[in-house]
Design a protein around this ligand. Structure first.
Ligand code: FNR
Length: 345
């Protein structure tokens, strides 16, 4: 993890939040418009029979989408975490916190994460650390919020753009150590640049069972980190990586349990992700935007609307359960077909 002075580290959390929100409207496509589901005019289902629970490996989720990792680590982001936690508790969806290393190096920031468990005592909560942390830090992150799973983010692009970022990326052996030492599921998570089949094979061979492909097309950390720089000279990296849809195609034959995130903005994006192979779908920037623009009550109403809408979409796709969606037919655009052919899968 990047080395900065305590206040600079907390300040960076505030900057990420502010720039992500500022850049929200400039996001590129995550590829969902290039996937079409097939309409089932005779679903032979009653909307009340739809079951949206999802099994993400050993994790049982009441809803197939959740609030993805964003924040904590400064007074301002602590308030955001508290609001997100209340919304997660009221709607019953799972929630991830942002990177917790700061709470270990700066104990005065502990409360900005603990509030998430305090406000959502019975919910499914994911802890979050970077791949460079020690086993002890990972264990403390899980304990801090009695997490049900631990996300370990792999953020090489972000680190390389940050002048103060890491330059050593020998992460695989560390990840293997973490899964052996932490007693909740460990999800290896990208941060918006997508995941390739080659990365999935490396992870699988190292004993990893859960990934989050977090693809390009939503919040873009190349843009965010460049905006924090004076010279912006790595701006061109904004195009780097695989979109969320490309990443889901990349991982279709993997035995890994897959979560998707990156540019998810509608319930239709959620079910397209599930059809393409995801077990769970994370939403960060879009929910943050609603919270920061319209407040906590509006975010809760939006999530409840998504919950109702998903029921309708399962029905239109002719699927009664989340598991059935995995068998639903779909059509890819010629661009995606070409992508898949060139990648030979
Ligand atoms: C993030 N994201 C993130 N991810 C992570 O694993 N640890 C973190 O600390 C953060 N911090 C963070 C801050 C802010 C303000 C945002 C918006 C996002 C990345 C996030 O979890 C997700 O992978 C990407 O944002 C892509 O999803 P969206 O935003 O396009 O839905």
């Amino acid at each position: 993890m990047a080395k900065t002075t305590p206040s600079a580290h907390a300040h960076r959390k505030d900057e990420h939040l502010a720039i992500a929100e500022k850049r929200f409207k400039t996001a590129a496509s995550a590829g969902f418009d290039q996937v079409r589901l097939i309409h089932r005019g005779l679903p032979e289902l009653d909307q009340n029979d739809i079951r949206m629970k999802s099994q993400f490996g050993d994790l049982s989720l009441d809803w197939p989408f959740y609030i993805e990792a964003m924040t904590g680590g400064s007074p301002r982001t602590g308030i955001i975490n508290e609001q997100l936690a209340r919304v997660a508790a009221a709607s019953g969806i799972a929630m991830a916190v942002g990177s917790q290393s700061i709470a270990i190096s700066e104990p005065e920031q502990l409360k900005t994460f603990k509030t998430v468990r305090e406000n959502n005592p019975n919910g499914v909560i994911f802890a979050n650390v970077g791949a460079g942390v020690s086993v002890a830090v990972a264990q403390q992150a899980v304990e801090m919020i009695q997490a049900n799973a631990l996300e370990v983010h792999i953020n090489s692009v972000q680190e390389l753009i940050m002048p103060e970022g890491d330059r050593n990326f020998h992460w695989l052996a560390r990840l293997t150590n973490l899964i052996n030492a932490v007693d909740v599921p460990v999800i290896v998570k990208e941060v918006g640049f997508g995941m390739s089949r080659e990365t999935a094979v490396q992870l699988e061979q190292s004993g990893i069972k859960y990934v989050n492909i977090s693809g390009r097309g939503g919040t873009n950390f190349a843009q965010i980190e460049n905006e924090r720089l004076v010279d912006h000279h790595l701006d061109y990296l904004s195009d780097w990586g695989q979109t969320t849809v490309e990443s889901l195609l990349e991982l279709q034959k993997t035995p890994l349990h897959v979560a998707a995130s990156g540019g998810v903005r509608t319930p239709l994006d959620v079910i397209k992700s599930l059809v393409l192979g995801a077990d769970a779908v994370g939403v960060a920037g879009y929910f943050l935007h609603e919270l920061m623009t319209n407040g906590e009550t509006a975010l809760l109403a939006l999530i409840q609307q998504w919950q109702q809408d998903l029921r309708k979409l399962y029905l239109l796709a002719g699927c009664q359960t989340t598991a059935e969606l995995r068998q639903a037919p779909y059509i890819l655009s010629s661009n995606l077909l070409s992508y898949r052919q060139q990648r030979q899968f």
